[in-house]
Design a binder for this molecule. Structure first.
Ligand code: ZN
Ligand code: FE
Length: 254
């Protein structure tokens, strides 16, 4: 069986540990820092055999070298970005399926936040690691890519099965909620989710994982084709991409 553990680190990052419960092998997704991972692996008697990196930012690759030194693990990263992934041992390409801890993960190129951003998707258990591309109620900032690239990447993600669990790398959900409700006040799915978030918020609150279905219903960045969103932005005649671009700029300045 495959089990996903979530370790909150730094201000709002998540590190994920994929455990094969039979073999006790584990893989780490986006290790920002090493200490909590080492402690977790020891306490659960897991052997870390792989690291998966969604992109090159320091809060996703920071512990690559140290974990490799300690566990001698493989490091999977995007071949197009191999020079920015420390210690990379396995270069992956878009469309490839890799086997990690005895489970398959499909790799897809999703540029926008950075130009070398990928996701990892396990089709059997419908588990997605979306890095800094899709968050609950939000999407990543455009550091390297164009709005069009990010828009297309988000569309790619939404073609995955609706029940897919999304493990995203930052707990930004409350601020994303505040932004979303400042734009649209009467989206009932969003308001219902918002009530749940506000009732549960606290030091141990986590909105991760979300699902594709929930994000399709509530995430404004996935609804730029909707008339109700264009109307809320006073721009009924904009293209979907223009609406997305404007929404992203508004969020940057929120
Ligand atoms: Zn990032
Ligand atoms: Fe990040």
């Amino acid at each position: 069986m495959l089990l996903i553990h979530k370790i909150p680190v730094l201000t709002d990052n998540y590190i994920f540990i994929i455990e094969n419960t039979l073999s006790k092998e584990a893989a780490v997704v986006d290790p920002a820092i090493s200490r909590p991972i080492i402690d977790f692996a020891r306490s659960k008697k897991l052997s870390i055999t792989s690291i998966l990196n969604t992109h090159h930012h320091w809060d996703h690759i920071g512990a690559n070298d140290e974990l490799k030194r300690i566990f001698n693990c493989k490091i999977y990263g995007y071949s197009n970005d191999k020079h920015r992934i420390p210690g990379i041992t396995h270069e992956v390409i878009s469309g490839e399926t890799i086997s990690v801890c005895g489970h398959d993960f499909f790799v897809e190129d999703i540029p926008g936040h950075t130009l070398g951003h990928i996701y990892f998707f396990n089709p059997t258990n419908k588990i997605l690691f979306s890095g800094d591309t899709l968050f609950s109620l939000g999407c990543g900032r455009l550091f390297e890519g164009t709005p069009q690239q990010m828009y297309e990447s988000l569309k790619k993600i939404t073609t995955l099965p609706k029940e897919t669990k999304i493990y995203f790398s930052h707990e930004y959900t409350l601020s994303n909620l505040e932004f979303s409700q400042s734009i649209v006040s009467n989206l009932s799915a969003l308001n219902t989710y918002g009530e749940y978030i506000r009732e549960n918020i606290g030091s141990h609150f986590s909105s991760c994982p979300s699902t594709i279905e929930k994000e399709l219903n509530c995430n404004l960045f996935l609804n730029c084709h909707q008339d109700w969103l264009k109307q809320a932005l006073n721009s009924p005649d904009e293209t979907d991409l223009e609406t997305f671009t404007r929404l992203r700029v508004l969020k940057d300045h929120f």
